[in-house]
Each structure stands twice: as C-alpha cells, then as structure tokens.
Design a protein around this ligand. Sequence first.
Ligand code: UGA
Length: 436
Amino acid sequence: MKISVIGTGYVGLVSGVGFAKHGHEVTCVDIDEDIVQSINEAIPPIYEEGLEELLEKVIDSGRLKATTDLKEAVKKTDITFICVGTPSEEDGGIDTSAIESAAEDVSQALNEKTGYHVVVVKSTVTPGTTDRLVKPILESGGKKVGDDFGLGMNPEFLREGVALNDFLDPDRIVIGGWDEKSRKTIEDVYESFEAPKLVTDIRTAEMIKYTSNALLATKISFANEMSRICEEVGIDVYDVMDGVGLDHRIKRDFLNAGPGFGGSCFPKDVKAIKNLAQKMGIETKLLEAILSINDEQPIHTVELLEEELGNLKGKKVTVLGLTFKGGTDDIRETRALPIVKSLLEKGADVTGYDPKGMENFAELIDGINYAESIEEALIDAEACIIQNDWEEFSELEGEDFEVMKDKIVLDGRRVLDEGALDEDIKYLSIGKGQLD
Ligand code: UGA
C-alpha cells in the first residue's frame, strides 16, 4: 500500500520505517527541512536501536522517502497516519495544536484528491478527540467521512529505546475505525504483522492507550508504595514482587520500585486522562495518588542517601544516569532532575554522568559538574546514586568503585549485582530494609 506518515518523531519515523520493511511504499512528512533531508540521506534524526540500519535499507530500496510537502504526500498515497506530538498543557490536558494543523492540511489535500483515502490518528489523544476535533477539521473542505474518506485511530505502544522492535513485533495492534471500510483499510496495512489485532471503534482505541499507560504507571507507583513498607519491615520489595509476579494474573513486569517513572508518556498521559475526567466531573483519587507517589520517590531517594551520609552539605555526590531510562538520550520528566535539585538544595556538590543524555540534561539545570566517563564521575565521590538502567552501569564491578572517597552506592534501579560487590562498598537501594 502507499502510506504517508505525518510527523517524524520517534513514533512517526519508527512506524514509517516499519511499514516500509513490511513492503509498503512510505512517504514521511515533516515541516522541518533539515529533518527531511537527514532522513533522505538515511541519517535518523533520533536515536533508536536498529533504526539507522533499517532506514538505510528502506531508503536504498526506494520504499521510503521524506518530504515537507504534506499535500502531495497525502494525494499520492492511500492512507495517512498522523503521528505528531500532543504535549501537556499547563493544566495537564493535551495540546492538540500540531494535530489540528496537520488535519487542516490533510483536509485541503483530500479536497484535491480523487478516490478513497483513510486518515488515521496515531498520536496519543484523549477519547473523543478524533471524532470531535479531528473529524470536523478534515470535513471542513467539504468532503464527508464515511462517504468520501475513512477515519481511524491506531494507538502506538512503543517503548523508547526498543521502539523498532516493539513496532515490528507488537503484543497487539489496536485498530479503531469510523466504519467498516476504514477499519478494513487499516487492517490491510497490518496484514503481514503476526500480532493479535483488536478491531474497535475510535474512542475505545483512544481509551485503550490511556488505560494501558495509566495501569503500567499504577503498577510502578504501587510497587513504590509497597517498597516504603518493605523498607520499614526490613525486607526487600524486589523479593516480594518476585513472589507476587508469579501469579499469571499479575505478572512481574513494571513492579520495580525505584525513583519513579519519567519519560514523555506516563506522566503526560496520566495527567491528561485525569484532566479529562475532572472536566467531566469525575473524581480521580487513584490517578492522583499515582502521580503524587511518583513525585515523592526522587525526594525519598535523596533522603535514603542522607540517612547513610548525614548532612549532604559540601558532600561530593555523583549521579549516574541522567535520562529517564537507559538506552535513550531523552531527559523528559527524568527523575534525575528532582534528585539533582534536591541534592543541590541540600548543599551537595553534584557530578552527573550519562552515556547519551548530558547535553540535554545541561539545558534543564545549572550548577552541576559533568564527567566524561563513569570513572571520572566516581573519582573522590562520597556517594553515588544510580538513577537509570544503562547497560554499562549494570556491568560495574567492585573495583570500579575503588576511586570513590567513600564507597556508598545507592542503586536506584537495581542494576548492580550486590553479591559480587566488595564488602567495603556500602550498597543501598530503594525498597530494601535491614532486618533488626
Ligand atoms: C511507555 C510504555 O511502556 C509504552 O508501551 C508506550 O507506548 C509509551 O510509554 C508511550 O506512551 O509512547 P516509555 O515511556 O518509552 O514507554 O518507557 P518505559 O520503558 O515504559 O518506562 C517508563 C518509566 O517507568 C521509566 O522512567 C522507567 O524507569 C520507569 N519504570 C519502569 C519503573 O520505575 N519501574 C518499572 O518497573 C518499569
């Protein structure tokens, strides 16, 4: 099929490249000429594992190209996926301006086009957005959904860092469609994908996305709340969750306590669905608790360090891991920020290190030092906090901490093998109490 994809952020580009791998002819659209040029030169503007290799393949084979000309792209294709960002607004609601502007351009293209076309929203939008907001804009040129064009909503479930793999080998594909013809066209796009497909109406598809992310965030905040109890009882929440997670109805995934969840999705999506509920007069006690537990965890992380180190004033503390998780340069909502802020407030002398996120992090906050390597970051440190789960942190061994002044290591993401560390290292972690 001929597919156009609007927006070349990590969702748009990964989807475009993934569709091309499945044999479709893809045109990626972006307003940024530099991004378009870079894609056409097979240089991905974002970092995602495996993306560069696959982009090169699909560019070389002629199955993917990029353009700034949205109208032409829509006119020459059978189906358009809108993959633009929907960032948070001040009140937690979503900013739909990018999606509205894309829909306006698509509407003009539809008017100039003969033949059937399907428009699919892939951006994360609150239930009702596609049919109440996007549909009228698409119809503003005179064409009518159902008669002249199709409409759908197809949420993405991609994790940053492994997005390509998640796209090519998904747990499920959710296809929300306005009518039978729209749904059938979207199903055709995914015909060669092995995953189970759930075909539904548009609002259900929109809600599946929010409910999935809110539930995953719930699991994390729940694990964090349980971790506080475990710390006091003198046991390890990870052992507890190993036992809990063996129940097939629960599963062990996303029950890892730590400094909390960050990223461009969980915080934004929980806030957005909470905001929608409140606008409709629905109380959201659970969603509020998820967010407030998540806000407390980074502060608690620093307090755990304080319990061991005492007053942090003038103490050299290293934070390993500045991005919201390993495998990405993304610092959006990273828990490293509240951790570093709290350390600075308490007078600590902070050094940060991250394999990919230092430049981005430096734009968020002043007043910390950066190191070129883990070793440099640890030299003379009086304590270190591991904030994310980069693989190179999990490879650290006892001797790597020898350069520290005081070997106090707070492993926020349980990446180290505690048993393999030398005895003179004081190993601390979140959710693990000491038996009295
Ligand atoms: C998340 C979802 O996992 C994807 O399914 C979804 O498509 C995506 O949001 C989205 O809406 O676009 P992502 O934000 O890339 O993906 O990252 P995750 O791997 O889910 O991690 C999110 C945060 O939760 C990270 O800060 C991570 O460290 C934290 N986390 C995760 C925990 O604190 N504990 C856990 O047990 C798991």
